[in-house]
Design a protein around this ligand. Structure first.
Ligand SMILES: Nc1ncnc2c1ncn2[C@@H]1O[C@H](COP(=O)(O)OP(=O)(O)OP(=O)(O)O)[C@@H](O)[C@H]1O
Ligand SMILES: [Mg+2]
Length: 354
């Protein structure tokens, strides 16, 4: 089977800028273990703009943190330009972050005591490769690229959410990295700012054909600028949606979610007839209670609970199942988790499901 995160371009032709194979990440808090990533395979080649979409808690930030060395995976390999980074010491990771990877953090990570220009200059000062006048020239260019040339002397606290977001993007590009990774870059901004941010990313790719950009997001609009989109759920890639796949209508959204010929589907291989039979018998009282779109609160929604293909998991004797909800008012697709009644009442043995 094709690996979902595999590039469309021939592997022999080019070396990936970033590569993850079989990456697992488990967080332990007291006695509870959370498996945030479950066998991630991903190859990002020069010139690619890839979007990863998934619901809250699906492992997007963890994936980015493992890719850039901020988190160490429990298993698997992560390579940047062919170099294995999972075994690097802290100094090696710091060098990597200074030279090869630009990060647009979910929380901006701006230094409040520095001006906008000072924030963009800081990564260059730390790297120490440019003279002061070269740095100042580059700061001016970067601020212009993100439309903040008139805000150079402003402190972050005086900037709007969209301006802070664009400033953090300029910082990520400061040291001319091979790959920029962005965590929810349009999450906290209005639609006009989101359009501006998408334009900045597109211009970056157009003027840097050998670099790569990886964006994780909840925002389906970002899919428009991606070469392809990977859908992550519960720490695994479950779909790969090609750029050519138009998802403009409700039925196309449903098909992309539930699996069609032009969308790769992993989850089919996981479900056996026995398991799907048991899942179908479980009733999902909370699923029937859901009557509003979580985005715009409209009641004009279509719900889909897919017994065959979607993720399921047992927690405290209840079955958790991922379902989808399409809103005809705002055209948004949402993923929801629905919970069954007690499995014991179905008179089935839990071992059968494991
Ligand atoms: N440091 C941590 N300790 C314990 N659990 C963690 C930690 N970081 C993440 N997790 C858990 O790992 C899972 C994945 O988290 P992650 O932050 O990667 O999700 P996400 O897809 O980025 O979500 P969001 O869209 O809300 O930002 C979640 O269940 C989260 O609670
Ligand atoms: Mg996150």
């Amino acid at each position: 089977m094709t690996t979902i995160g595999q590039s469309t371009k021939s592997e022999a032709e080019r070396i990936p800028i970033a590569e993850m194979s079989g990456v697992y990440k488990i967080f332990k808090q007291k006695k509870i273990e959370v498996m945030a990533l479950r066998g991630i395979d991903l190859k990002i080649y020069p010139g690619e703009l890839i979007v990863i979409m998934g619901p809250s808690g699906s492992g997007k930030t963890t994936l980015l943190n493992c890719l850039c060395g901020i988190e160490r995976p429990n298993a698997g390999s992560v390579k940047i330009k062919g170099m294995e980074i999972t075994k690097l010491r802290d100094e090696g990771i710091q060098k990597l972050l200074q030279e090869e990877i630009g990060i647009v953090f979910q929380s901006f990570n701006l230094i409040q005591s520095l001006t906008a220009g000072g924030n963009v200059e800081l990564p260059m000062v730390v790297l120490g490769k440019l003279s002061k006048s070269e740095r100042r020239t580059r700061v001016g260019e970067l601020l212009k690229k993100v439309g903040l040339e008139n805000r150079q002397h402003h402190r972050p606290s005086t900037l709007s959410g969209g301006e802070k977001q664009r400033l953090s993007i300029a910082m990520a590009f400061a040291n001319d990295p091979s790959i920029v990774i962005a965590d929810e870059p349009t999450a906290n901004v209005d639609s006009v700012s989101a359009e501006n941010i998408m334009r900045v990313f597109q211009e970056f790719m157009a003027s840097n054909p050998n670099k790569a950009l990886l964006i994780v997001t909840h925002d389906p609009a970002l899919r428009k600028i991606a070469d392809y989109t990977l859908v992550i759920r519960d720490g695994q890639f479950v779909r790969r949606i090609e750029k050519t796949t138009s998802l403009s209508s409700e039925s196309e959204y449903e098909n992309a979610l539930m699996g069609t010929s032009n969308v790769t589907d992993l989850s089919k291989s996981r479900s056996s007839p026995l398991i799907s039979n048991i899942i179908q018998k479980a009733n999902f009282p909370y699923f029937n209670d859901i009557s509003l779109c979580p985005n715009c609160h409209s009641t004009n929604i279509v719900k889909k609970l897919d017994f065959q293909n979607s993720f399921c998991q047992i927690l405290e004797n209840k079955l958790l199942q991922r379902a989808a909800l399409f809103c005809r008012e705002c055209n948004e697709l949402s993923f929801i988790t629905v919970i069954s009644g007690d499995l014991d009442k179905l008179k089935i043995k839990r071992e059968m499901i494991k």
